[in-house]
Design a binder for this molecule. Sequence first.
Ligand SMILES: Cc1cc2nc3c(=O)[nH]c(=O)nc-3n(C[C@H](O)[C@H](O)[C@H](O)COP(=O)(O)O)c2cc1C
Length: 231
Amino acid sequence: MHILTIIGTPHKGNTRAIVDLFLNEFKEEQNSFEEVILPRDMENFCYGCANCILRGEDKCPHYNKMTSIVEKIEKADLLILATPVFAMSCSSGLKTVLDHLAYRWLVHRPSKSMFHKVGLIVTTAAGSGIRDTNKLLKNNMFYWGIPKIYKYSVTAMQMQGNYNEYPHKDRIINKIKKKTAKIKKSLKNRKISFKMRLFFNIFKMTQKKGWNPIDAEYWKKQGWLDGKRPY
Ligand SMILES: Cc1cc2nc3c(=O)[nH]c(=O)nc-3n(C[C@H](O)[C@H](O)[C@H](O)COP(=O)(O)O)c2cc1C
């Protein structure tokens, strides 16, 4: 299995510690790992030109930087999105990557590979904002086409902490072990949910009318308008 972690902070704190606990659970097997660390690996904000959606992703002013991230995403079996909660949302580093990937939503030009991945969301917060942040990340993963998405969040109740100091450290490790077992099962037996099939078919109908020519052309080229499916 190839595991890509896109982590929304370079800070070696709570989020890093939780991600590492997950990665440790995958280390014994024949797995390979890659990471995108933000904002180090993508420091540009989306300018809102909408070139990616309307004219093609190669017309994005930040295409070169995003290409290397997209290539890593394409290769991954398990995609981890990890972020601390900042001002009730994900970090701006992670948000800019989400913005630059909006053209890959089901409503536009989803990549076939996404339908075969498993997702994991890791969030940490001092006290509040986890639910909204998880919802944001889950929506993005789902609309990229990922059918099975797991979540794990830790409320640290402190800043600048590390799970090593937490009184509930053992509980965290146990929960991560249990969640990892479920993730491994999903990776071995990948399924397309009813919801994903439904949404794919809804967006297929919208592409038949084709309000955005480049999207409609993409769907046609994939054969998705003629009965082929990405899963
Ligand atoms: C700029 C900033 C904004 C934050 N905003 C929130 C917030 O809205 N809600 C919350 O519960 N914690 C908030 N926190 C606390 C962090 O989410 C929390 O400490 C997190 O675990 C830090 O992760 P890290 O150790 O990986 O950096 C904020 C921290 C910073 C630095």
